[in-house]
Design a protein around this ligand. Sequence first.
Ligand code: SAM
Length: 274
Amino acid sequence: MAVEEVYLRPDDYELETLARNIGDLPFWSGLLKRERPTRVLEIGCGCGRLTLPLARLGAERGFSITGLEIEPAMLQRAREHARDESPATQRALRLTQGDARDLECAPRPRDGTAGAHPFDVILMPYGVAHHFISSDEQLSVWRGARRWLRAGGLLAVDVVAPDLERLARGLGARTPRRRDLEVSHSGRTLSRTIATRYCAASQVERLTFDYSIAEADGQRRDYRSAFAMRVYFPRELELLFHATGFSVERMLGSYAGEPYTAQAPLLLTLGRAI
Ligand SMILES: C[S@@+](CC[C@H](N)C(=O)[O-])C[C@H]1O[C@@H](n2cnc3c(N)ncnc32)[C@H](O)[C@@H]1O
């Protein structure tokens, strides 16, 4: 899997996410309050955008959260943020480097405290699952999640809903480039253009982002970050859960908890380990 250039530059990733006002934290906090877990795993935790506030909640409510991340630069940034947290939050937080595709065969903890299925809830928030390109990769991650969850535990996966009009615009030929983001914070400005191309046979959309960063000291950096994104269709996602030992409890279309519909921007699936 090629590393997206922007994941090597956590300053830029954080500036980019700041601009988006994603608004997903209340959803994930509410879910964990309802589930009352002891141990939570977040796959693809990045710089800890969600992991750190969820660890604060864990410190209050008595659960720990483990952030798993493949990219060392992103994990390093999460560790830096964690240093600013209270001792109780730090105790509720684990950050570990690893590949979610290896969970299927990774050795489970042997300390005897966690048992054979150490997690009650596994989260894959904010489109992490789009990184699993082939069906084999998807199966391996879902089976891995099932292996690490106790029976009755919850796997929650949040992907962008398929937007057929958008995909059709890039069908077979790259779309014209357009500016899709401009954000400034603390004297830094990030602007970004995007072009996309969609292959209907593989269900992979290739997004090419061109970044232009104006630093506070006036320096400018331009670079390209390419992102191959596996597109998920709702019934296919349902089958993926069923094939790997989950029942599908709910399919939501927004962080407000509305059901998934054809117009929904998100496809948020909650699966219960059987
Ligand atoms: C869209 S970002 C989301 C980061 C974070 N969860 C957030 O909400 O800001 C996706 C993250 O998943 C990580 N990732 C991609 N493939 C992965 C894999 N196979 N195993 C673990 N992490 C992965 C990326 O490095 C990146 O940090």
